[in-house]
Design a protein around this ligand. Structure first.
Ligand code: C2E
Ligand code: CA
Ligand code: CA
Length: 774
């Protein structure tokens, strides 16, 4: 017989109400007594009273006790809800005689309260029994002499009211718990701690035996216990159950609705997870932790006894689940932002920042543990060519494939990162000296070299690799990266598709290169690049028929800089197109002036790098500049090298063809240094061949050179090409060339490249046909 006292006298208004009631009763009793002539039969009197009370006070039970606390009346609908209440047994007994028939506590409180009432004190108490809460009030009933004659006891069933109050209190407690957890969620960035805190909040607030959070794996196959209360050690973070309808967690997550189990032994919807059964869990509530896109998992609480869970309990757990969802999403957003800040959006490889960070870590570790750290910078050879010719989408595709191949070729402890455009960096935090580093370089090169068949077509590449090994104590991530970069440039300069190890001489070169690039941008803006000219002589007449424009950099501090020093930088830095246009513009204007003043037939040839030709705007820009100048039609030639024809794409041929239709002549420069045969060159719309200086210099002294030059001239003439010899320095060379039938010549023998004013004088002289000029 469980009983519990839950309160003392209820509020004052109730007493006032009771006071009014006793007054009414007293009046009624007096009236009855009057009617039965003062000798009222107690039984009749009590029955009558009972009738009145029961009629007037539904939900209330009434006891009337005499001054010995003998029960005169004991009945009422409310009290009959208690199984131990028995009106017939109670009536006529002293309250003290109820010992053993009613709960001890109720008896004790009754006696003390009623005794006080006999002393004229109003009082009361609450008790809880059989799940019901009663409020008991005792009021002294006085006779005409104002002495206490009897005690009127009113017991009311306040279960509903109490439950409502308890519910409000519980809700308030739950709301506070949720608010508290919410505050914690905002403060912490540690998702693990939040999960643990959430479970604690859920279990302590609901007063259950245990609880936990299960997280759905990314592949959606498993649920892992990520936080728990009342679980065996070592289970959190490790224990997994398969995701599916068979267990309540999976069932809840799939339906997206809370699942309440009041008694697991009677559960039919699914088989509870074995670990729950092992824990002796009998009842539980599981709520889903949903999320936009991907759901996180479930939160559950459980008890070892059958137990019901109210809507409030479920709402409370759902509120916690929502908090977790918000925190998880915030966490995911933060992670995504952090990831984005440290990764390259195209390939998802670490970016420069993260690479430098990892490198710093490796360098630190190296100093502690004496291991070798290698940094490799890889640059895709002629990547810009592919990008310009096949489009950015193709370029992106190539980079993605390369990123994958590079990553697959290194160890998991190595880092592959994308520095910029077509530049990758590989950090090996533990290699065996230079040998180990070069082995990595070779492995990487063979992983990316070769044909690649992509949506955009077939591509073939090589990479140029620069290697730097952390050696000196003062090596920093930045200095290592710079060194590897310098070595990479050396590899490119030495013919691409190879690797170079950094050495000290490169450091100087690299710093110079960086300075040149920065200076060059300024130079282009300030017009520091000037076209100089070298006359081209007709070997038959000895007069200048055209000039070759050769760019010079008139650097404000360093003086004159030759093209070999800055043309490769301009090509790598993407400045060559702008540079080329500036030279072309100057050459066209200057030559138009010379045509006007000296020789209307004078031609000009301008050097064009391969990078320029494949740019889609190239031919339109050339045509626009030629149009703008007053250059006579048919007097402009472009000089291109064989490498332009080696490109995979057909676009150079198309571009050059359209330029030729426009009236431009095409000169193949440096002939003999490349691999192309004349037959292959027939595919291209050429007008002239320029024999490279290396053959010209030996034409008078070396039989092989002479043979090559002769064969070249003969074959060129056979296909209708004019032949120019460049780098003619001696009279002997000139004689030989003329004898072999060479058409035109240029070289120091006639004139060095010079600024326009100086050339004006030379041309004026040449127009008078004075040979040789020097
Ligand atoms: P290139 O087109 O083969 O130009 C001929 C180079 O030989 C020029 O060097 C010229 O000064 C040099 N040269 C001429 N005659 C003689 C000689 O008798 N003996 C010797 N030893 N050298 C002679 P430069 O001006 O230093 O130009 C070097 C290269 O730079 C050029 O080789 C060309 O490929 C490139 N270049 C020059 N100007 C431009 C330009 O405006 N645009 C582009 N894309 N490249 C240019
Ligand atoms: Ca040239
Ligand atoms: Ca040349």
């Amino acid at each position: 017989m469980a009983s519990d006292v839950v309160g003392s006298a209820r509020d004052a208004s109730e007493l006032v109400r009771l006071r009014a009631l006793t007054d009414a009763l007293t009046a009624k009793v007096s009236e009855l007594e009057g009617r039965v002539g003062g000798e009222a039969d107690p039984v009749e009197r009590s029955d009558e009273l009972h009738r009145i009370l029961a009629a007037n006070l539904p939900g209330t039970s009434v006891f009337l006790l005499d001054h010995d606390l003998r029960i005169l009346i004991a009945d009422g609908e409310a009290i009959r809800r208690l199984p131990w209440f028995d009106a017939d047994m109670f009536r006529g007994r002293l309250v003290a005689e109820l010992d053993g028939m009613i709960p001890d506590e109720v008896l004790e409180l009754s006696l003390s309260t009623y005794r006080a009432a006999l002393q004229g004190e109003r009082g009361g108490f609450d008790f809880l029994s059989e799940g019901l809460t009663f409020s008991v009030q005792a009021v002294p009933v006085r006779d005409d002499d104002d002495a206490v004659e009897s005690v009127l006891v009113v017991a009311r069933d306040i279960t509903e009211q109490t439950q409502a109050e308890q519910q409000i209190a519980r809700q308030a407690r739950q709301q506070m718990a949720v608010a508290e957890l919410g505050r914690f969620a905002l403060e912490t960035h540690d998702l693990g701690r939040l999960m643990a805190e959430a479970v604690t909040t859920a279990t302590t607030t609901l007063g259950v035996d245990g609880g936990g959070i299960l997280e759905l794996s990314e592949d959606g196959r498993n649920l892992t216990v990520v936080a728990g209360a009342g679980l065996p050690d070592g289970m959190v973070g490790r224990h997994q159950i398969p995701f599916g309808d068979s267990a309540n967690a999976g069932y809840t997550l799939r339906t997206g609705e809370p699942t309440i189990v009041e008694d697991m032994t009677a559960e039919a919807r699914f088989k509870p997870a074995p670990f729950l059964l092992k824990l002796g869990v009998v009842s539980s509530v599981t709520v889903p932790i949903l999320g936009q896109g991907r759901s996180f998992g479930v939160l559950d609480v459980r008890a070892r006894a059958p137990r019901g869970f109210s809507e409030d309990d479920v709402a409370f757990l759902s509120a916690i689940a929502t908090l977790i969802t918000v925190a998880v999403e915030r966490h995911r957003d933060e992670q995504a932002a952090r990831h984005a800040a440290l990764h390259d959006p195209l390939t998802d490889l670490p970016n420069r920042t993260l690479a430098l960070d990892r490198l710093a870590y490796a360098v630190n570790r190296r100093q502690r543990e004496g291991i070798d750290v290698a940094v490799l910078v890889l640059d895709v050879d002629r990547f810009k060519t592919i990008n310009d010719a096949a489009g950015h989408a193709a370029g992106d595709e190539v980079l993605l494939v390369l990123a994958g191949r590079l990553t697959a070729a290194v160890r998991s402890t190595d880092t592959v990162a994308r520095l910029s455009g077509d530049e990758f960096i590989v950090i090996c935090p533990d290699v065996k000296g230079t040998r180990g580093a070069t082995e990595v370089a070779e492995r990487l090169a063979s992983a990316v070299t070769g044909r690649m068949v992509l949506d955009s077509g077939e591509h073939a590449f090589t990479v140029s690799t620069g290697i730097a090994l952390a050696g000196a104590r003062q090596d920093t991530p930045e200095s290592l990266l710079r060194d590897a970069d310098a070595a990479m440039y050396r590899a490119k300069a030495r013919g691409r598709g190879r690797y170079e190890l950094f050495d000290a001489a490169m450091r100087i070169e690299a710093t110079a290169r960086v300075r040149i690039e920065a200076d060059l941008r300024r130079a282009l803006d300030h017009g520091e690049l000037k076209a100089w000219y070298q006359p081209v002589i007709d070997l038959a007449t000895g007069s200048a028929v055209s000039t070759e424009a050769l760019v010079r950099w008139e650097h404000p501090e360093r003086g004159l800089i030759l093209p070999m020093e800055f043309i490769p930088v301009a090509e790598e830095a993407g400045l060559i197109a702008e540079l080329g246009l500036q030279v072309l513009e100057q050459a066209c204007c200057q030559t138009a002036a010379w045509q006007q003043d000296i020789n209307p037939e004078l031609g000009v040839s301008v050097n064009v790098s391969g990078r320029q030709v494949i740019a889609p705007t190239f031919s339109a820009q050339v045509a626009a500049i030629a149009d703008r100048s007053d250059l006579r039609a048919g007097t402009l030639a472009l000089e291109i090298t064989e490498s332009v024809f080696m490109e995979e794409a057909d676009s150079p041929a198309t571009v050059l063809g359209s330029l030729q239709e426009y009236g431009l002549a095409l000169v193949l420069d440096d002939f003999g240094t490349g691999y192309s045969s004349l037959s292959r060159l027939k595919r291209f719309p050429l007008d002239s061949l320029k024999i490279d200086r290396s053959f010209v210099s030996g034409v008078d002294s070396n039989a092989d050179d002479r043979a090559i030059v002769k064969a070249t001239i003969d074959m060129a003439h056979a296909v209708g090409l004019t032949v120019v010899a460049e780098g003619v320095e001696t009279r002997e060379q000139e004689e030989r060339l003329r004898a072999l039938g060479c058409d035109l010549a240029q070289g120091y023998l006639y004139a060095r490249p010079q600024p326009p004013n100086a050339v004006t004088d030379l041309l004026a002289l040449s127009a008078m046909v004075i040979r040789p000029l020097l």
